[in-house]
Design a protein around this ligand. Structure first.
Ligand code: ADP
Ligand code: ADP
Length: 227
C-alpha cells in the first residue's frame, strides 16, 4: 500500500464559493520524503490537513496504509503533525513536552528517557532539557515541537513549513538533519513549503501546486529538468 493515498480529494470551505483544492489524486510511498510546493494560498496546507484529519474533504477519500480514514479524527490516524505555530505546554520542561505522548502510551520510563534524550540531542537542545518553553526562542520552540512529533515514531509525519521561523543557518542545518532523521527512522514525511530550493534539496518526490491543483509531480529532476 502507499503510505498516503489521496483519491480525487477536493475541498470547499464553508461559506466560500471556490474550491481550495480541486480533484487531487496522489500516492505517497512508505518512507518517502514528499513535498508539496507552491505559492501561498495554492492549497498545500488544506491538502495536508485533509491527510491529517483536521479538515474533511468535500469530495474524495483519504487512505493511510491502505485503510480509508476519510472522516476519522486526527487521533485515530497513525500520523503526527508539526505546525507552523508550535503548541507546547508552557508549564512542562522541554523533556516533559517531548515525553508527553510516550508517557500516555505507557512506554517504559528508561526507554522514554533514552528516546527523549536522543531526540533533544538531535535537535541540539540536549543541554536545555530542563528548561520551560517560555524561556526559548521561536526557533528553539519549533525544534521542540519537531522532537515531540518524531519521538512517537508515527507512520507518517506531516510538516507544515516547520523550518520557516528559523534563521537561515539553522534552517540549512535542520534541512540536513531532518533528511537524516527521515532516512534513519523510515517514516514517511509530507512536507509543505513555498521554498523551491528547500523542496529540491530535501524531497524524494514533490508535487508543484497552483490554484488548488497539482501541476507537476515527480522527482526533483523530473520536475525541474522539464522545459
Ligand atoms: P497554502 O497552504 O498553499 O497557503 P491553503 O490551503 O492555506 O493554501 O489555502 C488555500 C485556499 O483556501 C486559500 O484561498 C485560503 O484563503 C483558503 N482557506 C484556507 N483555510 C480556510 C478556511 N479555514 N476557511 C476558508 N478558506 C480557507
Ligand atoms: P497558511 O496556513 O497557508 O499559512 P494563513 O497563515 O494565511 O494560512 O492562515 C492562518 C489561518 O487562517 C489558517 O488556519 C487558515 O486555515 C485560516 N484561513 C486562511 N485563509 C482563510 C480564509 N479565507 N477564511 C478563513 N480562514 C482562513
Amino acid at each position: 500500500h502507499p503510505a498516503v493515498r489521496l483519491d480525487r480529494v477536493a475541498k470547499r470551505y464553508r461559506n466560500t464559493h471556490t474550491y481550495a483544492v480541486h480533484d487531487v489524486t496522489l500516492d505517497i510511498a512508505p518512507g518517502e520524503f514528499f513535498s508539496l510546493l507552491g505559492p501561498s494560498g495554492c492549497g498545500k496546507t488544506t491538502l495536508l490537513r485533509m491527510t491529517g484529519g483536521f479538515v474533511d474533504p468535500t469530495e474524495g477519500s483519504v487512505l493511510l496504509d491502505g485503510e480509508d480514514v476519510t472522516g476519522l479524527p486526527p487521533n485515530k490516524r497513525n500520523v503526527n503533525t508539526v505546525f507552523q505555530s508550535y503548541a507546547l505546554f508552557d508549564h512542562l520542561s522541554l523533556a516533559d513536552n517531548v515525553a508527553f505522548g510516550l508517557k500516555r502510551s505507557g512506554v517504559p520510563r528508561a526507554e522514554i528517557r533514552r528516546r527523549v534524550g536522543d531526540m533533544l540531542d538531535l535537535v541540539q537542545l540536549g543541554e536545555l532539557a530542563g528548561r520551560k518553553p517560555t524561556t526559548l526562542s521561536g526557533g528553539q520552540r519549533q525544534r521542540v515541537a519537531l522532537a515531540r512529533a518524531l519521538v512517537n515514531r508515527p507512520q507518517v509525519l506531516l510538516l507544515d513549513e516547520p523550518l520557516a521561523a528559523l534563521d537561515l543557518k539553522l534552517r540549512r542545518r535542520m534541512q540536513v538533519e531532518l533528511k537524516q532523521i527521515q532516512r534513519e527512522v523510515g517514516i514517511t514525511f509530507v512536507f509543505v513549503t513555498h521554498d523551491q530550493d528547500e523542496a529540491l534539496t530535501m524531497s524524494d518526490r514533490l508535487a508543484v501546486m497552483n490554484e488548488g491543483r497539482i501541476e507537476q509531480c515527480g522527482t526533483p529532476e523530473d520536475v525541474y529538468e522539464r522545459p
